[in-house]
Design a protein around this ligand. Structure first.
Ligand code: CP
Length: 327
C-alpha cells in the first residue's frame, strides 16, 4: 500500500480486517516495525477520534507521531497551482509539502470540504496536492469526499459483531448480514464523506445485503452507492436489518444544502423495532435527540463506543501495511 485515500488503495479488505483484529488482541506485537520512523498528522479541521486513535496506533507500532493543527496554528496554505498569492494564503503546498516529506516517513492529513462548490470539493485538490508534492506515503484522516479509516473501522466492527454473535443470528447460513445506511436530520449542512466512504467500502467488501435510505433529493454520488438498494421509505428499509448505520449528509445534487430536518428520520426505538434486533452504528460526534435518540444511543443496540474504540486497530493495520511496503 503506497497511500490510503480510499478503498481503491487496498488489495484485500479481509486481510486488513484480520490484521486490525490481530492488533486488537495483541497491540504491541509489531513494536519494532515503526522504530525510528515518524508520522506527521496534519489537521486542517477539528478531530477527536481520528487524531487520538492515529496517534495511539503509531505509538503501538513504535513510531513517533507529531500532530500539527495546521488549520489553527500554521500558515494559511495555497493549493491552486500557478496561483497569484496576493490574498490570504501565505505558503504554497508546493513549498510546504516537500519539507514535510523530509521531516516524516508518513504524512496523514485531514481536510474537510467547503460544501460551496461540488466540483472543487470532489476534485480532492488538497489531498492530491500533498500526494503530488510530499514524496512520501499519504494517509487520509478524512478528505473532502471520503473517510477511509472510519469505513475500515466500520467493517472491522461489523465483522467482529458477526464473529461474536450467536451462529443462528443471521438469516442465511453464509451469515450475510443486511446493512442499512440511513440518513438522519442535522442542524448544519454536513459533508457526504462518511456516507460516501461507507457505501464505497461496503460495496467493495460485498459480504452483505446493502440498503441506503434517505429522503428524496438526498441522493449520494452513484460513483459510491452503485450496488446498493436505495429506498426513500425508512421503515421499509429497516425491516430485518442486522446493522443500521445512522448518518446525516447534506444534498449532493443541489450541493451542500439542507432540504429537510424532518424529525421522523431520527432513529427511535419504535422504528428500530422492525429490524432484526439490529446493532446501531454512528461515526460520532453525534447530536443527541437530533440524529439519534437517547434511548438508542444508551440502549443495548448501540455499538458506537466499540466502533469508535476500533479506530485504533484500523489505523494500526493501515500504518503497519504502509511501513511494510514502503519504509
Ligand atoms: N469519526 C471521526 O472522524 O471523529 P473525529 O472527527 O472526532 O475524528
Amino acid at each position: 500500500m503506497k497511500q490510503f485515500i480510499s478503498v481503491n488503495d487496498v488489495r484485500k479488505i479481509d486481510t486488513l480486517i484480520l490484521s486490525a483484529l490481530a492488533y486488537k488482541a495483541n497491540p504491541f506485537s509489531d513494536r519494532s516495525l515503526g522504530a525510528n520512523k515518524r508520522i506527521g498528522c496534519l489537521f486542517l479541521n477539528p478531530s477527536m477520534r481520528t487524531r487520538l486513535s492515529t496517534q495511539i496506533a503509531a505509538q503501538n507500532l513504535g513510531m513517533e507521531c507529531i500532530v500539527f493543527n495546521v488549520g489553527q496554528e500554521g500558515w494559511a496554505l495555497e493549493f491552486e497551482d500557478e496561483a497569484i498569492m496576493s490574498g490570504n494564503t501565505v505558503e504554497h503546498v508546493r513549498d510546504a509539502a516537500p519539507i514535510l516529506g523530509n521531516y516524516f516517513d508518513i504524512l496523514a492529513i485531514r481536510t474537510f470540504p467547503s460544501l460551496k462548490n461540488r466540483e472543487d470539493d470532489y476534485s480532492e485538490l488538497y489531498i492530491k496536492q500533498f500526494i503530488k508534492y510530499a514524496g512520501i506515503p499519504v494517509v487520509s484522516l478524512e478528505s473532502a469526499t471520503l473517510h477511509p479509516l472510519q469505513s475500515l473501522t466500520d467493517i472491522i466492527t461489523i465483522t467482529e459483531e458477526i464473529q461474536n454473535s450467536n451462529p443462528d443470528r443471521y438469516r442465511d447460513k453464509n451469515q450475510r448480514p443486511k446493512i442499512v445506511l440511513t440518513w438522519a436530520p442535522h442542524v448544519k449542512p454536513l459533508p457526504q464523506c462518511v456516507a460516501n466512504s461507507f457505501a464505497q467500502w461496503v460495496n467493495a467488501w460485498g459480504r452483505c445485503d446493502f440498503v441506503i435510505t434517505h429522503p428524496e433529493d438526498y441522493e449520494l454520488s452513484d460513483e459510491f452507492t452503485n450496488g446498493a438498494t436505495i429506498l426513500h421509505n425508512q421503515e421499509e428499509a429497516l425491516k430485518d436489518a442486522d446493522f443500521v448505520y445512522v448518518k446525516n449528509w447534506s444534498t449532493y445534487n443541489d450541493y451542500g444544502k439542507i432540504y429537510t430536518n424532518d424529525p421522523k428520520w431520527q432513529l427511535k426505538k419504535k422504528r428500530w423495532a422492525v429490524t432484526n434486533n439490529a446493532k446501531v452504528m454512528h461515526c460520532l460526534p453525534v447530536r443527541r435527540n437530533v440524529e439519534l435518540s437517547d434511548e438508542i444511543l444508551d440502549g443495548e443496540m448501540s455499538i458506537v463506543t466499540q466502533q469508535a474504540s476500533n479506530r485504533v486497530w484500523a489505523a494500526q493495520a493501515v500504518l503497519a501495511e504502509i511501513l511494510r511496503r514502503n519504509a
